[in-house]
Design a protein around this ligand. Structure first.
Ligand SMILES: [Zn+2]
Ligand SMILES: [Zn+2]
Length: 210
């Protein structure tokens, strides 16, 4: 291709040499050059630093406004009266708008159960994103994601809910091999979300995830 020379070693070395030379000459100094200026407002004269291309002449917005916006301030009485007269007889646009009462809801996170307020049209079940993550991140996003049947396996335990056939089979394998296991023993706080491995093997002190 015609542009292949851009990738050639010779071209790259040449460009590198040019850039290095320019740095040496001080061509790129503007990147960190700062200029000291004195504030142009009478009675301030504070010294401030700016990049050379900055057209600033006052040290702050406050100083600039005090010089440039002398006419500012509250409206004169004459104008106030004029506005009041124009608005006379008009209805208050906010009159009659009612505040919709918010509904008290109990957080669906069994470890939280905090009562929070929600608007009637907002379908919120959890008090916070933290609670959402605590509950949602523990289960697969869809039954399909689990790749197998979720549910209780009475041959293993009457209380443990397994999310997949694989998970249940691993529990059976541990049983068969005589390895002690605890289901979802620990939850790790990964800052942005929590994470619970499926198995904890107390004899080996390792977490196993499927
Ligand atoms: Zn100033
Ligand atoms: Zn909560």
């Amino acid at each position: 291709m015609i542009y292949d020379f851009y990738q050639s070693k010779k071209y790259k070395e040449k460009q590198s040499a040019i850039i290095k030379e320019n740095w040496r000459k001080g061509l790129f100094d503007f990147h960190f050059k700062r200029e000291e200026r004195v504030c142009a407002r009478e009675g301030c004269h504070r010294i401030f630093k700016v990049i050379p291309s900055d057209p600033k002449i006052y040290c702050s917005k406050n100083c600039a406004a005090r010089v440039n916006n002398v006419k500012g301030g509250s409206r004169p009485d004459k104008i106030k009266l004029k506005i009041a007269k124009a608005l006379k007889g008009r209805k208050n646009p906010h009159k009659g708008t009612k505040r919709v009462p918010r509904i008290e809801t109990i957080c669906a996170n069994p470890r939280c159960k905090k009562i929070f307020l929600r608007e009637p049209w907002v379908n919120r079940k959890f008090c916070s994103n933290k609670c959402v993550m605590e509950v949602i991140s523990r289960r697969p996003t869809s039954p399909k994601a689990a790749r197998g049947k979720a549910g209780i396996r009475t041959d293993i335990s009457k209380t443990i809910y397994f999310y997949s056939r694989w998970e249940a089979n691993v529990a059976r394998l541990f049983e068969y091999l005589g390895i002690k296991w605890i289901h979802q023993a620990k939850t790790f706080d990964l800052v942005s979300q929590t994470y619970t491995p499926d198995f904890y093997l107390p004899e080996r002190d390792i977490e196993k995830f499927l």
